[in-house]
Design a binder for this molecule. Structure first.
Ligand code: THG
Length: 366
């Protein structure tokens, strides 16, 4: 494989020096920033993540700050999830949709007060959409990208490591709650969240210059915990059913097709710009939907959608796939038509290297 040529347009992060010193071997580009993909190997990183603790540079999870008297109204315009019950201190996973119900992003939202939120975005230009809605509806808000870079601490030993930096009270954080914790005199948002199923925290590092000090402090404090630099793991996240915007769903899909219906309360999400469209599709139900799929065989890397066929007809597409060491099969995520989405249904997956047998699973691998 060739390399990603560096330039100012592909932004480095506050932790890039640490990531490079740790021996990063692969990168992808996400929100026009560098996102590490592996350090030792995807498989070695995977085993380490499940047993120990890793520090992840997830600066690519850019924040969109929405501030002003109309912040709450604007937030509800963006998502079919009912935000009326959301309290300061909470994080919500919020599908965001356009006026046709097409998914624009699947961010994590953080509420600070009725007039201040962060939207921690996946890989699409959500800032532009949010600014456009704010301007078009003449809302009294300011929409900006603050100088904040999330640093994730993931793995079974994450509580112990984070407690050494922020104190034992960080252990009391519940899932998808955040608190403010001091690091060298600077208040930081620390949430119990992250893009793995191994548990852990996300530190929303405030200020580019705080990046390396906190990276170094975590690395040093975790020496005896076998801490390593890591990154979202392509195998572990498929096993866990964590979706990747742009891969597993796009603007062409509704949240229901993406299997995110449980995060939608469209009936009561008054003001959501996609509400009418989603009320219509939610009544009928989707005709294709995300499914866990196991595939047998020596597959190539999944760098494109693979057609799923059954009985000579195309019935879907595999959108992500990886060989799982722990489950001894290729774990995959696919969008499957309703005629073939029941668990146990036998399928064929057409890759660039040939056709392989596959079976729809009843749940992800966790
Ligand atoms: N953390 C933060 N920002 C992010 C991500 C993150 N932005 C980009 C990307 N990841 C957004 N996508 C997701 C996908 C899944 C989850 C979070 C963000 C997630 N899902 C949990 C699950 O499915 O098990 C639970 C969600 C819930 O129950 O509310 O965590 O990772 N800051």
């Amino acid at each position: 494989m060739s390399q990603i040529s560096p330039s100012r347009r592909v932004r480095r992060t506050p932790f890039s020096d640490g990531v490079e010193a740790a021996g990063v071997q692969g990168y992808t580009v996400y929100n026009r920033m560098l996102l590490p993909t592996y350090f030792q190997s995807v498989v070695d990183d995977y085993h380490h993540l499940k047993r120990h603790v890793q520090i992840w540079d997830v600066s690519v999870e850019r924040q969109v700050e929405v501030r002003g008297p109309d912040a709450g109204r604007l937030m509800q315009m963006l998502t079919p999830r009912d935000l009326r019950g959301m309290l300061p201190g909470q994080c919500y996973y919020v599908p965001m949709v356009d006026e046709t119900g097409g998914m624009l992003n699947d961010p994590v939202a953080l509420k600070f007060s009725d007039d201040r939120y962060w939207v921690s975005i996946a890989d699409s230009d959500l800032l532009l959409w949010i600014k456009g809605i704010a301007y078009g509806f003449r809302l009294d808000v300011i929409v900006t990208e603050p100088d904040v870079a999330p640093l994730a601490v993931q793995g079974p030993m994450a509580d112990d490591l984070v407690a050494r930096i922020f104190g034992d009270s960080v252990r009391d954080l519940r899932f998808f709650r955040y608190g403010l914790f001091d690091f060298e005199g600077v208040e930081m948002v620390v949430a119990r969240s992250g893009y793995s199923k191994q548990g852990g925290f996300e530190i929303y590092v405030d200020g580019y210059d705080m990046g390396m000090p906190i990276w170094n402090a975590l690395m040093k404090a975790g020496e005896d915990l076998n801490v390593r630099a890591g990154c979202p793991n392509g195998i572990e996240r498929i096993e866990g059913g964590l979706l990747s915007y742009g891969n597993d769903m796009t603007i062409e899909n509704t949240p229901h097709e993406a299997g995110l219906g449980r995060f939608c309360s469209t009936q009561t999400a008054i003001g959501c710009v996609g509400r009418d469209a989603l009320l219509r599709v939610a009544k009928e139900g989707p005709i294709k939907q995300v499914r866990p799929i196991s595939i047998t065989g020596d597959l190539p890397l999944c760098d494109r959608g693979w057609d799923i066929v059954a009985g000579g007809k195309r019935v879907g597409m595999v959108t992500s796939s990886a060989l799982s060491p722990d489950f001894d099969t290729n774990v995959a995520i696919g969008m499957v038509r309703m005629t073939h989405w029941d668990p146990g249904t036998k399928l064929e997956v057409v890759t660039q290297d040939g056709t392989f047998p596959a079976v729809v699973q009843d749940k992800f691998w966790n």
